[in-house]
Design a protein around this ligand. Structure first.
Ligand code: DC
Length: 218
């Protein structure tokens, strides 16, 4: 069974998706981390993403997968290197939204995601899970929240990792990423027609998790 959880930046998808997966004993698939890993590789190799040949060659030499640390924490691997922490910088966030507009990147990652989905019970989190990658998913959710609340949540997350960005600049970053993720021609972000839309502005992550579990368990 596949459960898809989509929505814009800073809405709290990761926290909720992880906890839904834990409660149901499902595998958690963080597809944003895959776009971020490609972005990190683009940054390291100083590739111009508009150079189709260069991008294609980079993708041919890029292996992305997931693993687990000894303590059970999920890690993302880029060519056998654990890049879990390195993909969370503001620069990689920005670049991941840019690389996600590229068809060649999406073709490669969507194929990988669909292969991973064959393993079985999975909570798949991203932007296009319910619309393009797993259109036949058993349950589809779309999380939303006001811009102010999303900026507040993202800022809190950044400050926990020692980055004291001001709320206005966090808000501007979110506005830019929303626009790019929603207006691109390749698999733009929007709710699937049969998705349950949850406005999380005034809900805690535990409340959102409970709503999803209730829906799934009937
Ligand atoms: O969820 P995130 O912030 O880690 O995602 C980073 C970027 O990757 C996001 O701005 C858009 C892109 N992305 C995508 O296009 N499709 C997905 N399924 C997941 C992420």
């Amino acid at each position: 069974m596949i459960i898809t959880i989509d929505g814009p930046s800073g809405v709290g998808k990761s926290t909720v998706s992880k906890s839904v997966a834990r409660k149901l004993g499902f595998t958690y698939l963080d597809t944003g981390a895959m776009y971020r890993a490609v972005a990190l590789r683009v940054k390291r190799d100083s590739i111009d993403i508009n150079d189709d040949k260069g991008l294609e060659s980079l993708l041919n030499h890029t292996e992305i997968g997931f693993g687990r640390k000894e303590n059970g924490d999920l890690v993302i691997m880029l060519n056998n290197e654990d890049v879990t922490d390195k993909i969370r910088t503001p620069e990689v966030s920005r670049l991941s939204s840019d690389v996600a507009t590229k068809r060649a990147v999406r073709i490669k990652l969507v194929h990988l995601q669909q292969e991973m989905g064959k393993i079985g019970n999975m909570v798949a989190e991203g932007r296009d899970m319910g619309t393009y990658v797993f259109p036949d998913a058993a349950f589809k959710f779309y999380l939303d929240a006001s811009l102010d609340e999303r900026a507040r949540r993202r800022r809190e997350q950044l400050s926990q990792s020692g980055d004291d960005a001001d709320v206005e600049s966090v808000k501007n970053e979110i506005i830019k990423r929303d626009a790019q993720d929603m207006e691109r021609s390749e698999s733009p972000l929007h709710p699937a027609i049969n998705a349950v839309i949850i406005d999380t502005t005034n809900l805690s992550s535990d409340e959102v998790t409970d709503r999803i579990i209730k829906e799934v368990q009937g």
